[in-house]
Ligand binder design. Structure first.
Ligand SMILES: Nc1ncnc2c1ncn2[C@@H]1O[C@H](COP(=O)(O)OP(=O)(O)OP(=O)(O)O)[C@@H](O)[C@H]1O
Ligand SMILES: [Mg+2]
Length: 336
């Protein structure tokens, strides 16, 4: 692939490649396969000459961002690498277009998996792992990146899953135009996930990301879409310690431990605290989820251990019975 000469060494230093419009046109087969449409514009599937599958996000051409500003943003994003972040592999700024090229995530978005048409049920183990993966991605942004990055638009549509169902956070660090969704004007973020404190103060902090993550955890537990009154259900459930049982995703009823569900719900509740300073940091959240997962694994292990014990006992009884019947027939023969 003919690479456009890099005008900006700063960008090439971050290790991501700049492609020409023609390159992208070829890789997307002239923009044929659309993966989805977001607030920035459409996202297309593409294949790089190396054979690598990628997703090309075409940013709206009316973007106010200049080329220089875009390149600076890209160079910052290109430096961020973590297994729970969707990797930026390249970009294109050509013919008045701005595009970002990301690794392709074959299992699509969490939003689609939880609320889409396809019949794919996520198990409790998978949901626990997804929550943990997301927390690690956010932990890297908040506590690992220099300078720290606030995501500002955490939602299930921005959580993507790879072929082995590992979750990665997408769209971090993008300067997004203010959204108008009929309810809130002048706010960045997505209705249903926005911290009410941010709505009243207009100040976005890491704790606003924590709030959005709390909503995502409840979305994982209940499979209720945050734009479909999830918050009302959460408030109702919060009125009793076992309230969450009532709104657990019906696909999970009888398939997981309610104790574990309540544990995860209590972590999520803390993330939604109305006072941001009372919300946990992302490090605390990921520690708490990790503990939940470890308890889950220990339980599974002891259960299968108990299972092994029972089956051993059963086979021992069977052996004894065989022994007894042999003795009985021997006795009969002796008596004869
Ligand atoms: N790297 C990727 N791999 C596979 N599919 C992707 C990738 N990036 C995006 N998509 C798909 O494209 C859809 C649209 O993504 P996009 O980020 O543009 O919009 P969004 O996440 O719905 O909203 P927002 O613009 O607020 O981020 C996603 O929901 C997802 O299904
Ligand atoms: Mg997105």
């Amino acid at each position: 692939m003919a690479l456009v000469q890099n005008k900006d060494h700063f960008v090439s230093a971050s290790g991501i490649l700049r492609y020409s419009y023609k390159d992208v046109q070829k890789a997307t087969q002239n923009f044929t396969t659309i993966l989805g449409q977001g607030s920035f514009g459409p996202v297309y599937k593409a294949t790089l000459p190396s054979g690598e599958a990628v997703a090309v996000k075409v940013l709206a051409s009316n973007s106010k961002q200049g080329e220089r500003e875009f390149q600076t943003e890209v160079s910052v994003l290109g430096r961020l690498h973590h297994r729970n972040l969707v990797n930026l592999v390249g970009y294109c700024v050509d013919k008045g277009q701005h595009m970002l090229i990301y690794e392709f995530m074959s299992n699509g978005s969490l939003e689609n998996l939880l609320h889409g048409q396809e019949e794919q049920i996520l198990s409790w183990e998978e949901r626990l792992q997804i929550a943990l993966d997301i927390s690690h991605g956010i932990e890297y942004l908040h506590e690992g990146a220099v300078p720290p990055i606030i995501h500002r638009d955490l939602k299930s549509a921005n959580i993507l899953l790879d072929r082995s169902m590992r979750a990665k956070v997408a769209d971090f660090g993008l300067s997004k135009e203010e959204v108008f969704d009929g309810r809130n004007s002048g706010l960045k973020g997505t209705y249903g996930y926005i911290d009410p404190v941010y709505m009243s103060t207009n100040k976005f902090t890491m704790k606003s990301d924590i709030y959005s993550f709390g909503i995502i955890i409840f979305e994982l537990i209940t499979a209720i879409h945050p734009q479909q009154n999830l918050m009302q259900y959460i408030n109702l459930a919060g009125m009793s310690p076992t309230g969450i049982d009532e709104i657990l995703d019906k696909e999970l009823v009888g398939e997981c431990s309610l104790e574990e569900v309540r544990g995860l719900a209590s972590i999520a509740h803390r993330c939604l605290h109305k006072l941001p300073r009372k919300r946990p940091s992302i490090g605390e959240v990921s520690q708490a989820i990790l503990k939940s997962k470890q308890r889950h694994l220990v339980k599974i292990d002891t259960m299968s251990f108990a299972g092994r014990d029972i089956s051993r006992a059963v086979s021992r009884i069977e052996d004894q019975q065989l022994e007894l019947s042999k003795m009985a027939s021997l006795k009969e023969r002796v008596a004869d």
